[in-house]
Design a protein around this ligand. Structure first.
Ligand code: ATP
Length: 509
């Protein structure tokens, strides 16, 4: 993860927000390369989910809406995480992300204290190391009882008196867990008495539900149909962490897919959305061996939900949710119908029946997908042993190479143009002509600085799939070399063939 974060900063993918003021936790800025990737992700999603499907239309609803939306949706009452405060350091933690265990001697049961660790793939080992240290410090003999790690929501007041704060290591400074609403509040208009409080949306979905009738009627949509939206969402996460995986401002790509209220209709539609989403993620370059599915157990579902399955991804810090696909019944539309007094029913012409539709909700985070794509694409070759991936030798010219093997459609720069030398005006003119022509279609990069090998290396690290060199032969026969990032192979082709060649690689046609 450190390598990815360092690469993101070094190459201008992602910066910490407000960096010159020592940062601002949970917020990020996307640099020149990052913004291109984000745009590519959103454009591809919109193309494949909205434009290429006849059953889905788009929407762009406001970030701030009536607070009544969030009362009806249940967010005001229930969109919260349990938090604990460290009274000493003033730091705040999510109670379900801090794990603790009593440390006791196996034989006598004597309790030496407790250890606490932040949730992670290595927390068991960390907790054991801390427990061993505690035993050494206490100068006790004999084996320790096995540690029983639980999160802080399962700690009593007595437990809390011995659990050390993750911030200071001192016991007894953590408060009991209490609910913390994750919505950001703001005030709309000039009144100052609090009556104008409103929220920044914590998900894009509710804007879709509140516009259900508007869209259904104006688009003359027939069930089943979906409404898609891409937009910012805000959550005052107690412990934003793992880089852009969990931030306080992020973007979502969501669909509400409205279906019949027949008892069993959701099963097939839910499965279809899982399959569609999985295939789409593969199509933009996620590595399938890093993907998984997490089917939520029935007793953990919200009372209205029929099912929820997450598509997970093996991020550098562990396997976690990338996209949720939920079958939410008629809950949201019914809530808004009751709260607003406006009918949310759909009239089925065929059966002459009116009903509140049920819904399937695929919900995907742009930033999480960005991190998953970066993780999938990151490769390093080792100087001592050339590694072969997909048959391609990545160890180039005896030098260590870091490369990002993005799918060409995701790559921030599609192609770089290099004039072989800069002191030959005809050669420079040819290269510039090609660069300008390609810039009409793609984000391109122009580089005249340094040896060609160095220029390749810089582009490998930015994930640029193709580099074109204009050399002396170009002046004779109008051909150029196109170098492939992954195989490092170079092919010579007429300049006229370059655009069809790139189009095929980027768009697939
Ligand atoms: P988590 O359990 O990780 O907090 P969630 O189940 O609350 O996520 P949803 O409400 O289902 O998440 O949101 C849908 C999607 O939005 C998630 O699958 C994820 O891709 C994205 N997302 C949610 N919260 C964040 C966040 N704080 N930062 C970045 N992306 C997020």
């Amino acid at each position: 993860m450190e390598e990815l974060v360092a690469l993101c900063k070094r190459r201008g993918f992602v910066f910490q927000s407000s960096e010159i003021y020592n940062g601002f936790a949970g917020f990020f800025d996307y640099g020149p390369l990052g913004v291109e990737i984000k745009k590519n992700i959103k454009d591809l999603w919109w193309r494949d989910v909205v434009r290429r499907r006849d059953d889905i239309v788009g929407l762009d609803s406001s970030i701030i809406g009536s607070p009544k939306i969030w009362e009806a949706s249940g967010h005001v009452a229930g969109f919260s995480d349990p938090m604990v405060d460290c009274r000493e350091s003033k730091l705040r933690y999510r109670a379900d992300q801090v794990f603790w265990a009593r440390v006791a001697l196996a034989e006598t049961g004597e309790v030496l204290g407790a250890v606490s660790v932040m949730e992670s793939g290595t927390m068991e080992a960390e907790a054991q190391a801390a427990a061993d240290k505690m035993k050494r410090k206490a100068a006790k003999q004999g084996a320790l009882a096995p540690l029983d790690l639980k999160d802080l929501t399962q700690a009593t007041a007595e437990d809390l008196s011995i659990i050390p704060s993750p911030a200071t290591g001192n016991p007894g400074t953590l408060t009991a867990p209490r609910d913390f609403n994750l919505m950001f509040q703001t005030a709309v208009g000039a009144t100052v008495d609090g009556s104008n409080a409103a929220y920044l949306r914590p998900e894009t979905a509710q804007g879709i539900f509140t516009n259900f009738k508007n869209v259904q009627q104006t688009a003359r949509a027939k069930i089943p149909f979906g409404i898609a939206q891409i937009g910012k969402a805000f959550r005052n996460e107690i412990t934003p962490r793992n880089f852009i995986f969990r931030s306080r401002e992020f973007e979502q790509m969501e669909v509400e897919y409205f279906i019949s209220d027949d008892d069993d209709a959701w099963r097939g539609e839910h499965q279809a959305w899982l399959d569609f989403s999985w295939q789409w993620l593969l199509s933009i370059g996620l590595r399938e061996e890093l993907m998984g599915r997490d089917v939520h157990e029935a007793h953990k579902l919200a009372h209205y939900a029929r099912a929820c399955t997450d598509i997970t991804f093996r991020f550098p810090f562990g396997q976690s949710e990338l996209q949720g696909v939920a079958a939410r019944g008629a809950y949201d539309l019914t809530q808004h119908q009751e709260a607003s007094g406006k009918g949310m029913e759909y009239f089925d012409e065929a059966t002459k029946r009116k009903y509140v539709p049920h819904v399937i909700e695929p919900s995907l985070g742009v930033d999480r997908l960005f991190l998953a794509l970066l993780t999938s694409a990151y490769h390093e070759d080792e100087a001592s042993s050339a590694r072969h991936l997909n048959g391609a030798c990545l160890h180039v010219g005896g030098e260590k190479r870091t490369l990002l093997r993005f799918h060409p459609a995701i790559a921030p720069i599609k192609v770089a143009v290099f004039p072989l030398v800069k002191n030959k005006p005809e050669l420079m003119a040819k290269a510039e002509g090609l660069y300008k022509q390609l810039s009409m279609r793609y984000n391109c990069f122009w580089d005249v600085a340094g040896a060609i090998g160095r220029r390749y290396r810089r582009m490998d690290e930015a994930g640029t799939p193709f580099c074109i060199t204009v050399d002396f032969d170009t002046l004779e026969d109008d051909t150029v070399t196109v170098r492939d990032r992954d195989s490092t192979e170079q092919v010579r082709m007429p300049m006229a063939d370059v655009i069809p060649y790139l189009d095929k690689a980027v768009h697939g046609y």
